[in-house]
Design a protein around this ligand. Sequence first.
Ligand code: BDR
Ligand code: CA
Length: 314
Amino acid sequence: MTTGQSLIIDTDPGQDDAVAILLALASPEIHLLGITAVAGNVPLALTEVNVRKVCDLAGRTDIPVFAGLDRPLVRPLITAEHVHGKTGLDGPDLPDPQTPLQDQHAVDFMIETLRREPAGSVTIAPVGPLSNVAMAMQMAPDIIPRIKQIVLMGGAYFEVGNITPAAEFNIHVDPHAAAVVFASGVPITMMPLDVTHKALTSTDRVAALRNIGNRTGAAIADMLEFFERFDEAKYGSDGAPLHDPCTIAWLIDPKMFVGRHCNVEIETSSELTMGMTVIDWWRVTNRPENALVMGDLDADRFFALITERLARLP
Ligand code: BDR
Ligand code: CA
């Protein structure tokens, strides 16, 4: 019998995506049905390979991995090699993956899975641009009420933007997809930069991962030491925000986060603020609440969870 919450991770690895995947794979609270790759940090041809390398690292070559959209719904793809490196997963030297790529398209996998599994049982955790999720909703609107919830990394309010002055990367890359998802009526928990910028690595936190002494801890420490250099230079911090694992940590231990229900609308017309998440944090409109927006977390508890769970992997 399988236990744990049924989950699909939709991702564009990305070093922080890798930690999110590994945290899910190491946690009995999660039953991972499959991982779908999307174009984002780097092109799809690299993100699908990176997902499979991460599954290999965890010794989970059995996890079904699917390739999805190679571009946003409307706009041209923007990538972030300046943050994640040429491969998207720069840092450790990982071998070519053994985990196979499934023939089925990621969007078809999402649709088929949501139609097959009991209604209201499957959670989706998108930690890249929302292109695959929005496409599945547009192709098969019958799946929308069957989704239990969406727990996503994206957007910002008080922190405003990281890829433009006004927008966070995942939402900026495919704002039209984000608009579809936020208008869908599915319960959404949102991890914006406001919370992920408090989930900062540090020399001690990365050392704790390396000191686990397993291959996963060593590879993740190598990844994070590479990943940190960009944010340290940009923000003058001691480390980098571990954005994407916030979604999985919330599914495992929601009490480490604090947030509030808000209305969130996505800017899709102004070039200047494209992909801005307009969050009614202070409830100054009558627009309906459509997301639980996180603002704070207990960072020590977050890193303790990641370290303890990654120690369960090879
Ligand atoms: C988001 O963009 C990517 O670079 C990260 O993996 C994360 O999902 C942060 O803005
Ligand atoms: Ca990501």
